[in-house]
Ligand binder design. Structure first.
Ligand SMILES: [Mn+2]
Length: 427
């Protein structure tokens, strides 16, 4: 763990500059009609889960180039999230992916996490890769799908795996199951659209009926996969139909990379929130497809508009949804990528909180698009980073997380401890 005094030592030389920058940002917030203390309080309250599979490097076209010192076990992944949270104060939970993570002793893992003030976010099931742990010991294959498969034995194995994820999650203290299905068809005519959809509904209903008290289930849509013709849960409309059919505790999960180019994601957020079926969020960014790039790195204005819709749905606060970073660091240090993404979401939230919502409502009522845009730009173009830094400081975290990460030589220490060639499980 990164001890509080080490963070404080990183912050000390920055205190004067921070104080000056904060004064200006507080004045900006007040001028825009926001209560700066409310804004900082809301920023300090926000947390976004780190996925266990994003703590190691993914691959590029040229291969996989590990950062060195990657976590070798689930316990070490939890240690990395604890370090991340020590720096940001905004990553208090970890989200597991089974069977990439499949701890033999859930109680011990839960204790390890509790000792580091980390808790467990949504569980993610995996029926898109054949693995003896998910395919009834290798008796079935997901080559032609899981929940949507024509063979009842395959569907049975897929449901059983999801029930196992719920059981494990319950032992860890999780409260949600995210289901992303790779089901679909690779070629026109290969599968019956309606038959596939109805079989998925049946499977989701069975899983939904096994949810413990206080649990929710998320359906995550995605329109394409490499070499695909169609996916079963292709878009937010299909996701909503599936959630509605699965049961009242089913919600839709929006992954920012799971849309066709040009999709108006902020409008999708508004629609799902309107009908009470918005459940969770997977943050990342993309230029072309599901690129899983650093949040806010390509389309920060879109991220801002999306968070504006979330704040609007939460009546001035971030609604209580399952927020998670779902991205892949391919040439960056994975922890630095997560630090940057967390900051980007924090910045978008601060900007969204500065939007003069009554002023925007007046411009909308008066059919004044120029003034409506001025209201949005007044917030979006403000430098809110000192407000975010202040929220982190109050949470005992770093004024400048990435700089502290490097100054504290976290990666170098992990390479010494875990080895240069340690490779994380997962992707
Ligand atoms: Mn996702």
């Amino acid at each position: 763990m990164i001890a509080a005094d080490r963070i404080a030592a990183c912050n000390a030389p920055l205190a004067d500059v921070h104080a000056r920058e904060l004064e200006a940002a507080l004045a900006t917030a007040s001028r825009l009609g926001a209560d700066p203390e409310d804004v900082i309080g809301e920023l300090a309250r926000f947390s976004v889960a780190a996925p266990s599979w994003a703590l190691g490097t993914g691959g590029t076209r040229f291969g996989r180039f590990p950062a060195g010192g990657e976590p070798r076990t689930l316990e070490e992944k939890i240690d990395d999230v604890a370090a991340l949270n020590a720096l940001t104060g905004a990553n208090r939970t970890i989200s597991l992916h089974v069977p990439w993570d499949d701890p033999p002793d859930a109680d011990a893992v839960r204790g390890h996490a509790a000792d580091r003030d980390v808790t467990f976010d949504a569980m993610n099931s995996n029926t898109f890769q054949d693995n003896p742990a998910t395919t009834d010991g290798g008796k079935v294959s997901y080559k032609f799908g899981s929940f949507a498969h024509t063979d009842a034995a395959v569907r049975e194995a897929a449901v059983a795996h999801n029930l196992r994820c719920i059981e494990l999650g319950d032992q860890l203290g999780s409260r949600a199951l995210s289901i992303w299905l790779g089901d679909g068809a690779n070629h026109p005519g290969q599968a019956d659209f309606r038959g596939q959809f109805e079989r998925v509904v049946e499977g989701l209903r069975r899983v939904h009926d096994h949810l413990p008290d206080g649990w929710v289930l998320f359906t995550e849509h995605k329109p394409f996969e490499p070499a695909f013709y169609a996916t079963v849960n292709q878009d937010w409309g299909s996701s909503l139909l599936l959630a509605q059919a699965a049961g009242e505790r089913a919600r839709c999960l929006v992954d920012l990379g799971h849309h066709l180019p040009g999709a108006n994601i902020e409008q999708i957020v508004s629609r799902l929130a309107m009908v009470g079926r918005l459940g969770g969020f997977h943050f990342n960014d993309s230029k072309y497809g599901d690129d899983d790039l650093t949040s806010g790195s390509v389309t920060p204005y879109q991220l801002f508009l999306i968070v504006c819709e979330l704040v609007s749905a939460g009546d001035g606060r971030m609604p209580d949804l399952a927020y998670m970073l779902d991205q892949s660091a391919n040439v960056k240090d994975p922890l630095e990528d997560l630090l940057q993404s967390t900051e980007a979401i924090h910045v978008a939230l601060a900007q969204a909180l500065l939007v003069d919502r009554p002023g925007l409502a007046v411009a909308q009522r008066d059919n004044d698009p120029a003034m409506a845009e001025e209201v949005l730009h007044a917030a979006f173009r403000s430098d809110v980073r000192p407000l975010v830094a202040e929220a982190r400081r109050r949470n005992g975290a770093a004024l400048r997380p990435l700089r502290a990460f490097r100054d504290l030589a976290y990666r170098r220490e992990r390479i010494a401890e875990r080895g240069e060639s340690a490779v994380s499980t997962g992707l």
